[in-house]
Design a protein around this ligand. Structure first.
Ligand SMILES: Cc1cc2nc3c(=O)[nH]c(=O)nc-3n(C[C@H](O)[C@H](O)[C@H](O)COP(=O)(O)O)c2cc1C
Length: 305
């Protein structure tokens, strides 16, 4: 994507929703931080409780619903960072307001406002907690959305890479369509995946039937399978960010071998603290070296060769 990442282990979207603490997170050792999801207008999200630890399953269910302080405030933070130092890689993940009547206009507003400042941009059509959002992954809607946001990105002066973030809950046909549309639209990457609405029968925690998106341990295999499929369907021609259930270097390495150029985590930080990004990067480096690679990039998609 034309970016130089200090490590391939980043913090996924949803923690620094308002772009307030990303510089501290970078200093803690994350190779990159994705801020957001931000929506054009501030909104409160769903009523509490809206976040649950599934301790026995090493998982999390959340139904936050894009609680955030809105685009103006967020933009001021990213803009100040970009104009004063600009150290590290900071992504901006954009979404739509719950009550918006024009979804595409919401995404275009976010991309237009942030293209001159963020290191990369993400169009998030995969949160399960905004009604109708994931329908934007369907072929014709996605085509229209990506065309519009690419125009918005291309009219900026900085033109940062633009990525699409997808859900794990997709049919084989959905995945084929997304791969084709992504290649046609010439977007720069795909983030695979957001949380799942599936509830595997193996879950043991008492919170296992809360509504929302499931992340952490139970998502690892589900999201890695989608990652593997997307790598095959795009022929390795689009960089993929693998996310879902990674909590150690071995799992990060499995994502990379399945086709990820970069890896993100969130739930593992909830359980193991903010140093987890640096820890996983160190474990990964040892595994990669042990397999005789000079650089982690040589291992991307190696399962497919
Ligand atoms: C509490 C919480 C809030 C999240 N908020 C967002 C969000 O605002 N935007 C987004 O794209 N993903 C969001 N996610 C999804 C994560 O970015 C990630 O895709 C997912 O949790 C899978 O990774 P993990 O298993 O390492 O947590 C959120 C996840 C959690 C647990």
């Amino acid at each position: 994507m034309g970016l130089d990442f200090p490590t391939p282990i980043g913090l996924a979207a949803g923690f620094d929703k308002n772009a307030e603490v990303f510089e501290a997170l970078l200093k803690l050792g994350f190779g990159f931080v994705e801020t957001g999801t931000v929506t054009p207008q501030a909104q409160p999200g769903n009523d509490k409780p809206r976040m649950f630890r599934l301790i026995e399953d090493n998982g999390v269910i959340n139904r936050l619903g894009f609680n955030n302080l809105g685009l103006d405030r967020y933009k001021a933070k990213i803009r100040r960072w970009s104009e004063t130092g600009n150290i590290g890689i900071v992504g901006a993940n954009v979404g739509k307001n719950k009550t918006s009547s024009d979804s595409i206009a919401d995404y275009v507003m976010g991309i237009s406002a942030l293209s001159d400042y963020a290191s990369y941009l993400v169009v998030n059509v995969s949160s399960p907690n905004t009604p109708g959002l994931r329908d934007l992954q369907a072929k014709d809607d996605l085509k229209e959305l990506l065309a519009a946001v690419m125009v918005a990105r291309n009219t900026s002066s900085k033109r940062p890479p633009l990525l699409l973030k997808i859900a794990p809950d997709l049919s084989p046909e959905d995945k084929q369509d997304i791969a084709n549309v992504a290649l046609d639209a010439a977007i720069d990457g795909i983030i695979v995946t957001n949380t799942t609405v599936e509830r595997p029968s193996t879950l043991r925690s008492r919170h296992n039937s809360e509504a929302g998106g499931l992340s952490g341990g139970p998502l690892f295999q589900i999201s890695t399978d989608v990652l593997r499929d997307m790598y095959s369907l795009t022929d390795g021609r689009i960089p993929l960010i693998g996310v879902g259930g990674v909590s150690n270097g071995e799992q990060a390495y499995l994502k990379i071998k399945a086709g990820a150029s970069l890896v993100q985590i969130y739930s593992a930080m909830i359980y193991r603290g903010p140093q987890i990004g640096a820890l996983i990067a160190n474990e990964l480096a040892a595994l990669v070296k042990n397999d005789g690679y000079q650089n982690v990039s040589e291992a991307i998609g190696s399962d497919h060769r």
